[in-house]
Design a protein around this ligand. Sequence first.
Ligand SMILES: Cc1ncc(COP(=O)(O)O)c(C=O)c1O
Length: 433
Amino acid sequence: MSDQQKTRKDFPLLQRRINGKPLIYFDNAATSQKPQKVIDAVSGFYQNHNANIHRGIHTLAEEATDIYENVRNQVAKYINANSPEEVIFVRNTTEALNLVAYSFGRPSVLKKDEIVTTIMEHHSNFLPWRELALENGAALKAIDIDNGGRLMIKTGENKNEDTKNKKGRIFNHGTKIIALTQASNVLGTVNPIKEILSSVPPYTLNAGSSPRTQSRGYPLVVVDGAQAVPHLRVNVRELGCDFYAFSGHKMFAPMGAGVLWGRREILELMPPFLFGGGMIKNVSLAGAEYAEVPAKFEAGTPSVADVAGLGAAIEYLEEIGYEEIANCELSNCELLLGELQKIPEVTIYGPKTTKDRVATISFNVRDIHPHDVAQFLNDNYGIAVRAGQHCAGPLHERLGIPASVRASLAFYNTEGEIRVFLTAIKDLIRVFK
Ligand SMILES: Cc1ncc(COP(=O)(O)O)c(C=O)c1O
């Protein structure tokens, strides 16, 4: 039995049949399947340790708190944070990005400032900035892509006048926030974050200041890591960003546990996002004093079981290893890209090679609606793909298409599955003709 066949056995759901066919799960960018180890961590929490954290002095409360805080340490090591206090547990990437937009953005972004994002963002990393820009009277600009699905980041290379200033630079003195994804959930492009940020001065803090009084011209950099963390080893300090957001459920952990990493000195300046239990030091009628980070940003009962599952997922990923993950995913991606390009009716959006790419491939089949493609694949071949805009409306508008089909691979997908998928696409074209 090959290593991959053994790995697949770790995922109970991959054994399912759909419409009489073995499930071929190519919707990993939406959410990944969960290994037994993660499922056991969640049920083990409820069977043996269930209690609320940070509140009790009984054994179960202490155990639950230990589980939760140990995963915080684990996440901090995993992404190379400076300290566990820089790791804030949230529900998902969406909540993490909204937290930054509300807590940092609202008091800091001023009229005539600008927020720079990219045309390939998921709505989660677009709408919070759009709303903030509208509310505070700031400009929102989106870096464009070239025909190969890569960001046009070099000076003067950008044809979209709206995204460069008079000197041809993408960022300028008034840029307050740069919000960009590390990997596109539609194109599969992996953006050169380090290279992009090399032209950005580090965000500097004035001692004793609040975000409201920060001087202008030092952009804060927010990276959406939702589609990167399941595929790449992430080192937040090396990337050079100020915030990094990701969801556990796309990296084999349960739905309900996500992470916002932020530089501690910035987190400390920011006001709380949600108010309630667990985020205070003292409250009286006269006033309230809020807890230090990270508790300041974790109001209410967190999803402790899901956080336990996130810890198990990180362990699992470390056991498999990112090298192995990249080998499996990119060899299948290469096969899929190569073979799809041989089919004249198929148009692929995004990079056509595996360089700086994850194995997420969006495409259309001429004269066949993406929903019909997805339905046909599901009903006749048990293949799960996504059809629609994948929460990336601006990108689809830029590409001039109403929707697309997306096949997104994980390391447990096999070459055999790719071959069935290719047969299914050819069959679809034959049937619809
Ligand atoms: C790039 C990207 N950002 C953000 C999100 C939002 O993730 P969640 O729904 O877990 O908040 C997604 C989900 O597909 C995504 O692909």
